[in-house]
Design a protein around this ligand. Sequence first.
Ligand SMILES: Cc1ncc(COP(=O)(O)O)c(C=O)c1O
Length: 497
Amino acid sequence: MMPPPSEGREETLDPQDWQAMRALGHQMVDDMLSFLEGVRERPVWQPLPQDVKQFFQQPVPTAPMAAEQVYQEFLEQILPYPMGNIHPRFWAWVIGTGTPLGMLAEMLAAGMNPNVGGGDHAAFYVEAQVIEWCKAMLGYPAEASGLLVSGGSMANLVGLTVARNSKADIDIREHGLGSLQRRMTVYGSREMHSSIQKAVELLGLGSASLRRLPVNDRFQIDLRALEQAIAEDRAAGYQPFCVVGNAGTVNTGAIDDLMALAAICRREDVWFHVDGAFGALAALSPTFRPALAGLQEADSLAFDLHKWMYVPYEAGCVLVRHPQDHRRAFSLTPDYLVHAARGVAGGEQWFSDYGIQLSRGFRALKVWMSFKAHGVDAYARLIQQNVDQAHYLASLILETAALQLLAPVSLNIVCFRFAPDDLPEDLLNDLNAELLVQLQEQGIAVPSRTTIDGKSAIRVAITNHRSQRQDFDLLVREVLRIGSMLRQALEQGSGIL
Ligand SMILES: Cc1ncc(COP(=O)(O)O)c(C=O)c1O
């Protein structure tokens, strides 16, 4: 048995040598700033060698190791193998880049380490201010409530939860779905993000309650089909309760006609949720504000700060038009969480009453510091810059005979493929899939893959404040180089695909 610790010498996790910890901290800051400063010189991504993967099979460490040595392991086994999204030529999925200031803010937030679920302390006011700023930036009603969450998926889940609970004929929280008389149905275009389906499933509605409607040639929801689907469902005895509008679809960046959707929702008395994970932020740029008109009409609005606001992971936001609906969906105050009039349990509002999490981190600080230090106008310019880069890339594709643009460029997403005229269609999907992997494995660039009308596409989504035009020139050159090499290999029957 361990002897009881003698009085005054109880154990702690604080360093015994603060000076050494300080030196280590300075070293870490220096190393990470150099790492970010030199990011362009390194490959975008490189596969982890087998021995590095093996390194992570070690058993639970029961005995201590010097912090300096643990840091050395980080430098050798972890830091050289990033996802790559901090690199100027990372354009996969929709993934943000982060910033040096955001990184430092994360350290400050972890140092203070508050729980922003509730209580009367500065972190609450920082988050409340960030939410006010978000509403103002997007022109969303000032009286709305909001919450910072882990990302777009959680923001969609929170929005749809409030929608379901507000529109249900019964008190869902008390009685549950089993007491519903009518199946509750949700509508959106077939281009909706998968997180909407996850939310519908998690809410117990079943994915069969999600209607995926066709799109027009600009990948926007077909409004006639929507109205018809709502009418048919009503006639069948269902309860249409929510329409999801896309402000920037994940595949092509398409923006639905949000104004028209808002009008349909009001007429039909259904909740209007907008998934604006990245596209909502385009409203910061005067050029795009008109295309996003109607965003402000949403009953709930989901968007990310870790995508097109370049804040380090994780940071998303949900805004809800009517705070009472929002609070009613989540508020629960057992004795041990009673809000007080005074003391640390005070505060007019607890964020735990507006979402799923009770304990919540101080993710607001990196947003607050970034907005202040860079100024929101800088984000508007960077968003515009990314959109201009997408159009620049599209123009390069259009003027290159061997490349084919697969969808119109609405925002920051470009889908294309290597498709010389004389290559048969049935070879193109495999060839382009291989081409994409080679771009990644050679560390040149990281686009991702999608399928547009059955065609395998190289998809470039630009939410990257480090990208420059020269990066897109290089991408096109390398796609042509690898594409021609693969084509040659095919002609020689090398079996590379
Ligand atoms: C349109 C859209 N909605 C929702 C999400 C999910 O957001 P997150 O990855 O932050 O959970 C994404 C992610 O790319 C997206 O593009």
